[in-house]
Design a protein around this ligand. Structure first.
Ligand SMILES: [Zn+2]
Length: 316
C-alpha cells in the first residue's frame, strides 16, 4: 500500500511517496506563503506531481497525509490557525480530497513527527513517546498507547509552552518562562543579543555585532566548539532548561522514549551534558530510569514520513 506524505514548512514544502517502509519518490518546492490560496495551490501541486510520478511507475496511491505547523482540528481536517502560514479556518482536508479524489488526513507537524519517531525512528517500538522539535521555536508531540494525543480541540502537546521558569523571559505566546523562551533557537539568539547589549565581549559576540542578521545558534555552536566560554555558557544554560522541561514531561507521561529533532541538534553536544544533569536531578526515579532520551534518526524526513504514517493510520 502506498501513500503520499507532505510536510508544509514555512519556506519549503516537502513530499514523499511511502510504500511499506520505503520512500519511493520525493518532492520539494518553495512554499508560496503569500495567501491562503497560494498555500492550497502549492499543496495541490505537490499531490498532483507525486501522483503523476506514482502513475508512471505503476504505484497506486491510497491516501494523502499532511503535517502543518499550527493548530489543526484533526476530526474536521481544518487548520484553525497557523503561525507561519496565512491559514485560518482553512478546510484543507476537504479541499485536497476534492482535488485528488483520495482520502486526506491533516495534523500538526510535530504530532506527525512524534508518530514517525515512534514507528520508524529513534523511538521505534515505543508505545509511549514524547517528541520535541528544537528549532527556531520548540514543537511537541505525544504518543500514548501508540497513538497521537491531540486533546479536545487538537491543540494539545504545545510542549514548547510548558513553563519551566516562572517570571522568566517573555515568550512569543505572551507568557513568561516557557521552554521555548529559554531553550529554542530564538531564545539562544536573544541571550547573545543581551550579552552584546551588556557589553560582554567574546568572539561570538563580536561576530554577532558584525552581522546580527546572519548570526544563528549554529554560529554560536561553532564558537563554542572553538572554546568561546560565553557561547558554551549560553548553550549549556539552554540545555539545563531543556533538561528541566524533559523531567516534567517524563514525570507526567512516564514515556519509553523522549526523542529530539530539529536544527538545534547541530550544537546539541554543548547542551546535552547540562540537559542530562538537570534531568537526572529532577525526574522521579521510576520513570527516569526507564526512559531513553534520544536524538532523531530520521533527519529531515521525520515530517514527511510522519505525514505518510498518518495517512496509513487513517486508512486502517
Ligand atoms: Zn510560550
Amino acid at each position: 500500500m502506498a501513500v503520499i506524505g507532505i510536510d508544509l514548512g514555512g519556506t519549503k514544502t516537502a513530499g514523499i511517496i511511502l510504500e511499506g517502509e520505503r520512500i519511493e519518490e520525493r518532492y520539494r518546492e518553495e512554499t508560496d506563503a503569500s495567501s491562503q490560496e497560494g498555500v492550497l495551490r502549492g499543496l495541490a501541486q505537490a499531490c498532483s506531481e507525486l501522483m503523476e510520478k506514482a502513475a508512471r511507475r505503476g504505484i497506486g496511491i491510497e491516501a494523502v497525509g499532511l503535517g502543518i505547523a499550527g493548530f489543526v482540528d484533526f476530526e474536521r481536517g481544518v487548520v484553525t490557525e497557523a503561525p507561519n502560514h496565512p491559514l485560518r479556518d482553512a478546510h484543507v482536508r476537504d479541499i485536497l480530497a476534492d482535488k485528488t479524489g483520495l482520502p486526506v488526513f491533516v495534523d500538526n507537524d510535530a504530532n506527525v513527527a512524534a508518530l514517525a519517531e515512534a514507528r520508524l525512528g529513534a523511538g521505534k517500538g515505543s508505545r509511549y513517546l514524547v517528541h520535541l522539535t528544537l528549532g527556531t521555536g520548540i514543537g511537541g508531540g505525544i504518543i500514548i498507547d501508540g497513538r497521537i494525543y491531540r486533546g479536545a480541540l487538537g491543540a494539545a502537546a504545545e510542549l514548547g509552552h510548558m513553563i519551566v521558569l516562572e517570571d522568566g523571559p517573555m515568550c512569543n505566546c505572551g507568557a513568561r518562562g516557557c521552554l521555548e523562551a529559554l531553550a529554542s533557537g530564538v531564545a539562544i539568539y536573544r541571550r547573545v543579543e543581551e550579552a552584546a547589549a551588556a557589553g560582554r565581549i567574546s568572539p561570538a559576540v563580536e561576530e554577532f555585532l558584525s552581522d546580527p542578521m546572519a548570526f544563528s545558534a549554529e554560529t554560536l555552536g561553532r564558537h563554542a566548539d572553538a572554546g568561546d566560554a560565553l557561547a558554551r555558557d549560553i548553550l549549556s544554560t539552554a540545555g539545563h532548561h531543556l533538561g528541566t522541561g524533559i523531567a516534567s514531561l517524563v514525570n507526567i507521561f512516564n514515556p519509553d522514549a523522549v526523542t529530539l529533532s530539529g536544527g538545534l541538534l547541530g550544537c546539541f553536544h554543548h547542551m546535552e551534558g547540562a540537559m542530562r544533569e538537570a534531568f537526572e536531578g529532577t525526574a522521579i526515579a521510576i520513570s527516569r530510569d526507564h526512559v531513553r532520551i534520544l536524538r532523531s534518526t530520521l533527519g529531515n524526513d521525520g515530517g514527511t514520513l510522519g505525514a505518510a504514517l498518518l495517512a496509513l493510520e487513517g486508512l486502517s
